[in-house]
Design a protein around this ligand. Structure first.
Ligand code: PLP
Length: 376
């Protein structure tokens, strides 16, 4: 039986036709976009077209989009820029953030306050407001979490930050291409995204920066991207990102309905396994992420057993350390560390089928049983 890929929160498979289109573009647009000759101009036009396509998807201006090497760089840049622009030495970031945000905050600010989430797993605007003090220069709260898919009330948080005169960044790496993303409605000053999470190529992302927000370059060198992000532009990857985002946004309603139905089916089947707890059941979350904790098993051994029978899932985020420690995010959400060790993240995309979900559910049940047997 062919392998079943259910780790789409770690990365997605590139859309087949976009991979082909990028390959053709790589041969055609070989000029350096900064060169004055026609080859350079053609490559520069490809970048400009890509930027226009992204801006259209987000309802923003082309001048507000900066291409980067991915979500990590966008997060690093945002925290750095907010530290420089605010001149303040405190950041407040949610306890649920990706390491790219937390570690950047710790590097660029003298003090990082962690904003807790409530029993409903939400980081409320009121909690953000409580975390602010006169020295706070920046807030970062993710739009959707990479382990559980929970969606945070980002536009409410943006309003609080605006009122208090504090810069606000949201990491939309998991959300972009999966839920509607209108920057005017979100109201954040900066937004990070990464193409490989919405069936685009790896190694390319963008940072949206609201017009009028003070921005300092993070990577220094040439004058590319209005002098804000040096380095010869990866025009073919930016094009792949733009194509993937446009397609994901265009097909979003249809894909998310289909993916949510697959997740509901997976959830129904998994709940039949004794000692299974669905994390974030009933909470507003991304359609494709199903995070489950099993009593009496280690998520890592479950994921390994499943890999052996041809199913790719994960026991938490791909960048999580493999030291057997329970997930920081799940424990912050109030899940006990013993149960959190039994975490399995199944993340579904539009490429998955009902048959795959059914086969995976059978395999998960068998793996849980086997794993409990090994332990006993
Ligand atoms: N932020 C979140 C929420 C993520 O899930 C990830 C990737 O897993 C990143 C940032 C980093 O993105 P990238 O892999 O493009 O560097």
């Amino acid at each position: 039986m062919p392998r079943i890929y259910l780790d789409n929160a770690a990365t997605t498979r590139i859309y087949d036709d976009i991979a082909s289109e990028m390959f053709a573009a790589a041969k055609e647009y070989y000029g350096n976009p900064a060169s004055a000759h026609s080859e350079g101009a053609r490559a520069a036009e490809l970048i400009a077209r890509s930027r226009r396509m992204v801006a259209e998807c987000l309802n923003c201006g082309e001048d507000e989009i900066f291409f980067t090497s991915g979500g990590t760089e966008s997060d690093n840049w945002a925290l750095y820029a907010m530290a420089r622009a605010s001149g303040k030495d405190r950041a407040a970031v949610s306890v649920l953030e990706h390491a790219a945000v937390i570690r950047s905050a710790e590097r660029h600010f003298a003090k990082t306050d962690l904003i807790p989430c409530g029993a409903d797993r939400r980081v409320s605007a009121a909690e953000v407001e409580r975390a602010l003090c006169k020295d706070t220069g920046a807030v970062s709260v993710m739009l959707a979490n990479n382990e559980t898919g929970d969606i945070q009330p980002v536009s409410d948080i943006a309003r609080v930050c605006r009122k208090k005169g504090v810069y606000f960044h949201t990491d939309a790496v998991q959300a972009a291409g999966h839920i509607p993303l209108d920057v005017k409605k979100l109201g954040a000053d900066m937004i990070s995204a990464s193409a490989h999470k919405f069936h685009g190529p790896k190694g390319v992302g963008f940072l949206y920066v609201r017009r009028g927000t003070a921005l300092e370059p993070f990577i220094l060198g040439g004058a590319q991207q209005n002098g804000m992000r040096a380095g010869t532009e990866n025009c073919v990857s930016a094009y792949g990102l733009a194509l993937a985002l446009s397609r994901s946004v265009k097909e979003l309603a249809e894909t998310s309905a289909r993916v949510a139905a697959l997740r509901a089916e997976a959830e129904r089947r998994i709940l039949q396994i004794e000692g299974a707890h669905i994390v974030s059941a009933g909470v507003e979350r991304l359609p494709g992420i199903l995070c489950v904790c099993f009593e009496g098993v280690q998520g890592e051994s479950l994921a390994m057993l499943l890999d052996l029978v041809g199913i790719a899932v994960s026991s938490g985020p791909a960048c999580h350390s493999s030291d057997g420690a329970p997930s920081r995010v799940l424990t912050a959400m109030g899940i006990g560390s013993e149960l959190a060790r039994g975490e399995l993240r199944i993340s579904i995309s539009g490429y998955n089928t009902r048959e795959e979900i059914s086969a995976a559910a059978d395999a998960v049940a068998a793996a849980v049983q086997k794993s409990r047997g090994i332990k006993a």
